[in-house]
Design a protein around this ligand. Structure first.
Ligand code: CIR
Length: 263
């Protein structure tokens, strides 16, 4: 385990990119060659961006048995001092949990989800004490109800919604500063229906991959290559910092997928 020297109050857990990453799971995208060296450079820049947010980054070593292991978000849902360790819908990914759970155990209580419940962290959009949970090909109703049973007694509300045309809920919508939701067109109607008290930015099809932003500590990180989205965010007063994540987009991952924030 490699820890950066940053002494910020919060911690971000990431996992190094495995040599097997080019063989990651794919659902919607056709497989494209992944440049492993570039993926690692982009991962390093991502870590640096988190450090600039004054987060202490804990980088778990890669495990070649798990090509998708760098997408740590899917393995755990943090609810204050409790971490729900998920049972993932992608069967080949179960096993990734062990290293992450061992690390989280330093700071949080662990609650383990068991099949038939299944849920992946990419389907959980946490906004303050509200959890919007996508029912997707990876997250089933039992998974939602398991999460609800852990979350509600801890003061969280849970709203479940269907996910269409995207791998995870957060592949298609994320939140900026607890007020604004940015949504891909496939999920814009759901965003308007289930999140009435938010201002919704509806993206065009050509910018759907920009829907996954990481909004943390007053800063917004977004995928590089979407100048119109960056301008729209700026117009609304959000100065987004662009990060190149092309090699993770090829693996159907976005910015939120690459870390677990323990704040
Ligand atoms: C998978 O199919 O599981 C990975 N290739 C991508 C996971 C992305 N994670 C996320 O959106 N939270």
């Amino acid at each position: 385990m490699v820890e950066s020297r940053n002494s910020g109050a919060g911690v971000a857990i990431v996992r190094e990119v495995s040599d097997s990453y080019p063989y990651c799971s794919l659902t919607y995208r056709l497989r494209e060659p992944i440049n492993l060296e570039l993926a690692r450079t982009q991962h390093r820049s991502y870590i640096e961006a988190l450090e600039e947010l004054d987060l202490r980054v804990v980088a778990l070593p890669a495990d070649p048995r798990f090509p998708d292991g760098c997408f740590v978000e899917d393995v755990a849902v943090l609810l204050g001092g409790t971490a729900v360790i998920t049972w993932m819908g992608a069967t080949a990914r179960n096993g990734e949990q062990e290293a992450v759970a061992n690390c989280l155990a330093q700071w949080t209580e662990l609650v383990y989800m068991m099949p038939p419940a299944q849920l992946e962290g990419g389907d959980v959009l946490k906004i303050g004490k509200r959890l919007f949970v996508g029912e997707s090909a990876r997250t089933n109703r039992q998974g939602v109800e398991f999460l609800r049973a852990v979350a509600e007694p801890r003061g969280y509300s849970v709203v479940n919604m269907p996910v269409r045309g995207a791998l995870h809920l957060k592949s298609a919508m994320t939140c900026i500063e607890q007020s604004t939701v940015i949504a891909a067109p496939e999920m814009a109607e759901e965003a308007k229906h289930y999140m009435r008290d938010f201002s919704i930015i509806e993206l065009p099809h050509s910018c759907a991959d920009a829907a996954n932003v990481l909004s943390l500590r007053g800063r917004v990180l977004m995928s590089k290559g979407f100048p119109t989205v960056a301008r729209e965010l700026a117009k609304r007063g959000f100065a987004a910092e662009e990060l190149g994540i092309s090699e993770f987009t090829k693996g159907e991952g976005g910015l939120t997928c690459l870390s677990i924030i323990v704040d």
